[in-house]
Design a protein. Structure first.
Lengths: 315, 457
């Protein structure tokens, strides 16, 4: 009998171990220590190539920038089949100077305008991305013959930063996003709303609206209570013409202990409408418009930000 | 089995997932193409989000509706990779220059990718085929929510399903064990009966395969033991009989001598000679028996040493040839090569001696005996052929049995104990060799001995 028990326990633990084998997390590929990441053009000139090189960088920012630009202007013979240089006789760097806030202004000769637009954007990306790792550099702007760079439509190109160009480099991700938002939590007595400023993360292309509503389920300090039921599911959240349509599960009908029904509803409305692109909110429950939800009437109407429910202490 | 099932549910989930993604991808690609055509027709600027977010143009609403339908997001890039429109209004003014967007801008097809758990990304170029120009790129992220239901169901219930199967296999396992143990117990009961001494009993050969085979093998073992027991009893009775025969003869001779009065000395001499003859015979039987028994007991007590087989046979024939000539039989030795092998010289000589003596004994005057020695790289072969009386086919199997004689009458004349071939066979087997006989009645007999050159312990 004992043997049987041991055997079954072994089988069970083996099964459990196998469940644990999930997807392996991708390793982030930042530069190996001591090496600097530069971006060159690929052989066909229609893409970028990431290259890691050992560089001896001077302390002085301007000198470092010059060094990097020099590197971008040459390719070792042995690497010629891998990538091509960014700068060349056409794209001559005329001068470099630093202005306040860590902004580097690079002045090019008039030959810059001769580049075709497709290549020009890649050159811009390569230079900016290659300079960003430097400590003293936060912004890069280009001038041509001391005139600000303009794009095809003649509009001046703003100064460029780390976020301006999104490459396949894992540090810059299109679909991850963080924003500081105002959440409207319930006060301790559950009859008013309290503003809390929170950095909300919306990763893997989660919409900010969804991230914000989910954030209402958390706790933020001892002065506030979470105003919505933990089991509440948002089937769909969609913004159209500044109206946010939210389809809720029936869990909305569950009461949150110590929180008024109106507070429960308006915590969501105020939070959403304080986002810049939403003016009004409309709720449905499992796809249906519901005129009255518990004590709350007009639950099927377009709801706007309401000052009435703000906690007296804040008003 | 549970581990297998778990793996199977996982694979089912993954397969469902992939299928779901493929379906979505196809739908989204179609949507993207429609949108791309719209953009070429209206111009991409119509879809641009201006810095002022208070008014949304019709085109932007259109984008939002499509994105809403897909429960996802649409990003439009202009020909310079700059974000022109984004239904999430997040990445405005950004340039998205990735491998996917570069490929799409050139008009190449791009594989769909998964983003997180919930979205599939499909990237399509906006190519104006008439003017052969690339106007930009559509990046669409579509939700995989719809099918999530099915997958979530499987996932949630896989725990239950697995749990259920676990319980079922537990029950089945226990039932199987109980059943097996019952079968074993039945067999054990029958075995115990036999073990206690009821040797005539046999196990009932029935039940499931393994139990049936076990019963059959067990019965084979007991049968063999019975056979052994029988042959032992037979042997003992044979030995007693053989040992008694010379003694009986002696007794008859002695009695008859004593019974007569005034028997002349010549008669006494004759009878004493016969008695001595019988004593010799008895002695020989006992010696042979002892040899045989000794070989049975101590199979490992062979005195193995490298020996020249040619010499061994020559010695033998030196001794036998005179005896053979007296009976008018010629012996001929033929050796193909020098053979050196690891053997017990004494015992092997004895074995060959018995066979060659038989060849002489069971022969007619003027007959021949050929002894032939050869070897290959593994074995050496001794062949003894005679053109004597031969052995009937139905007796050939039994000639190696102890005390077996084909023709009892003839053997009594020629002497012998009936143990010769049994001894020879035993010796050959001890050397890990083999002995075979071919014979035709009236024509002659051939014995072939094969022994490994190197003794394998």
């Amino acid at each position: 009998m004992k043997k049987k028990i041991i055997f079954f326990l072994l089988a069970l633990s083996a099964a459990l171990v196998l469940t644990g084998c999930g997807k392996k997390q991708e390793k982030s590929g930042s530069a190996t220590d001591g090496e600097y990441v530069l971006y060159y053009l690929n052989i066909d000139g229609d893409g970028l190539t990431r290259v890691e090189k050992k560089l001896d960088l001077p302390e002085d920012t301007e000198a470092a920038v010059r060094l990097i630009l020099e590197e971008l202007n040459k390719v070792d013979k042995k690497d010629e089949y891998k990538y091509t240089k960014v700068l060349n006789d056409q794209i001559l760097v005329d001068s470099i100077h630093l202005i306040e806030e860590g902004e580097v202004v690079i002045n090019f000769g008039s030959g810059y305008t001769q580049m075709n637009p497709g290549r020009e954007i890649l050159v811009r990306a390569a230079i900016v991305k290659s300079l960003m790792p430097l400590d003293g550099v936060s912004y890069v702007s280009f001038t041509i013959d001391d005139e600000p760079l303009t794009n095809e439509e003649g509009i001046v190109v703003d100064r460029m930063s780390e976020d301006t160009f999104v490459l396949d480099d894992d540090r810059s991700e299109v679909y991850n996003y963080t924003e500081t938002v105002t959440l409207y939590m319930a006060n301790k007595t559950g009859d008013g709303l309290v503003e809390v400023s929170v950095d909300v993360e919306a990763n893997d292309n989660q919409s900010l609206e969804e991230a914000v509503l989910e954030a209402l389920k958390e706790n933020y300090g001892n002065d506030t209570i979470s105003p919505i039921p933990k089991g509440l599911t948002f089937h769909r959240i969609h913004v159209l013409q500044k109206i946010c349509y939210v389809d809720l599960s029936t869990d909305i009908l569950t009461g949150v202990p110590g929180v008024d029904e109106n507070i429960k509803v308006y915590s969501m409305v105020n939070t959403l409408t304080s986002l810049s692109r939403i003016n009004q909110v409309q709720f449905t429950i499992d796809g249906e418009l519901v005129p009255k939800m518990n004590d709350v009437s007009g639950f099927d109407s377009l709801m706007s930000y309401d000052y009435y429910y703000l906690s007296e202490a804040d008003q | 089995m549970n581990i297998f099932l778990h793996g199977a549910t996982r694979r089912l989930i993954i397969a469902q997932d992939k299928k779901l993604m493929d379906q979505r991808e196809d739908y989204v690609r179609m949507q993207n193409n429609i949108l791309a055509n719209r953009i070429i027709h209206e111009g991409i600027d119509e879809f641009s989000i201006s810095g002022d977010f208070s008014e949304d143009s019709d085109m932007i609403s259109e984008l939002q509706l499509i994105a809403g339908g897909l429960e996802g997001r649409i990003i439009l890039l202009g020909s310079n990779f700059k974000v022109v429109s984004d239904t999430y209004e997040r990445n405005i003014e950004q340039y998205i220059i990735t491998e996917d967007t570069l490929k799409a801008m050139k008009g190449e097809s791009v594989r769909a990718k998964r983003v997180g758990n919930s979205y599939v990304q499909v990237v399509t170029g906006i190519i104006d085929k008439e003017r052969d120009q690339s106007k930009g790129v559509v990046i669409t992220l579509a939700s995989l929510q719809d099918g999530k239901g099915a997958i979530a169901y499987i996932k949630n219930h896989s725990v239950v399903i697995n749990g259920l199967f676990f319980v079922i296999s537990l029950i089945l396992g226990s039932l199987l064990t109980i059943f097996s143990r019952r079968c074993f117990r039945d067999i054990l009961k029958e075995m115990n009966v036999i073990a206690e001494g009821h040797q005539e009993n046999r196990l009932s050969e029935e039940g499931f395969r393994e139990f049936y085979q076990m019963a059959v093998s067990f019965n084979k073992i007991t049968d063999r033991f019975k056979e052994l027991e029988n042959s032992r009893q037979e042997f003992v009775s044979n030995v007693s009989h053989e040992l008694k025969t010379p003694i009986t003869s002696m007794k008859i001779l002695a009695d008859s001598l004593l019974m007569q009065e005034d028997v002349p000395v010549e008669i006494y001499e004759e009878f004493m000679g016969d008695i001595v003859h019988e004593i010799d015979r008895e002695n020989q039987i006992i010696t042979d028996l002892l040899d045989l028994v000794r070989m049975d007991k101590a199979s490992g007590d062979l005195n193995i040493a490298p020996a020249n087989i040619n010499d061994l046979l020559e010695q033998l024939l030196k001794r036998i040839t005179p005896i053979a000539e007296k009976q008018g039989i010629t012996i001929h030795l033929e050796t193909m090569r020098q053979v050196t092998a690891e053997v017990d010289v004494g015992k092997l000589s004895l074995a060959c001696n018995n066979i060659i003596e038989n060849a002489v004994k069971y022969n007619n005057p003027g007959g021949h005996v050929n002894v032939y020695l050869n070897a290959d790289h593994k074995f050496f072969y001794i062949r003894v052929r005679d053109d004597g009386v031969g052995i009937p086919e139905d007796c050939q199997e039994r000639i190696f049995e102890r005390f077996y004689r084909v023709d009892k009458a003839r053997s009594r004349e020629t002497g012998g104990t009936g143990l010769g071939l049994a001894i020879s066979r035993k010796v050959v087997l001890l050397h890990k060799g083999s002995i075979r006989v071919h014979s035709k009645e009236g024509e002659g007999t051939t014995f072939i001995i094969r022994i490994p050159l190197n003794y394998i312990g």
